[in-house]
Design a protein around this ligand. Sequence first.
Ligand code: SF4
Length: 221
Amino acid sequence: MPATARAKSHASAVASGLRRAYPDVTCALGHEDAFQLLVATILSAQCTDERVNQVTPNLFARYGTPETMAAAPLKSLESLIRSTGFFRNKAKSIQACSQALVRDYGGQVPRDLDALVELPGIGRKTANVVLGTAYGIPSGVVVDTHVTRISRRLGLTKHTDAAKIERDLMEQLPRRQWIDFSHRMIHHGRRICKARKPLCNECSLESICPRVGVEQPAASR
Ligand code: SF4
């Protein structure tokens, strides 16, 4: 069902509030090109960006291109990314993805969502991160754990499924806002609208937030 005028107006107010609060926020993962961002995003699953940023300088010094990563010994990859957790699966995904890039795309990261999600280990969230941040292509809204939680609290969606949440956000916001909105929501989730204890009294969106599912009123915090 298309977004109502009221839903769009609310989403616009949220996007404006986030823009005022975090005018310059961008992706926190260190990278020099689309390939390195792709790898860093795979590593960020179940891991903090800070931890990923501790690992990637050494990793990219050794294997900073699809060609070198595709040919890297798996054990060497595993040991370089071990501290990010789930390192065996991540190493396999990174290597399989790199091999596919070399084999099918001449070592280039494709600028196309459908092509990206066909790569091993790449889902829609990672594809949106790479296209938006590395190429400036607004392919969708990045829906991670922060965007899921905050979107529900702010009344932007009633869904829990990432694909449905993304569809709601894409219908409510103009395409030109998708990239920055994603970065700002994730930043807001880390700093203010935290999972266990949202800091509503410090939140710039407090006056327009219905705080769906948040137990205590902001005034009591
Ligand atoms: S008012 Fe509270 S629940 Fe709403 S966005 Fe801000 S921190 Fe999150």
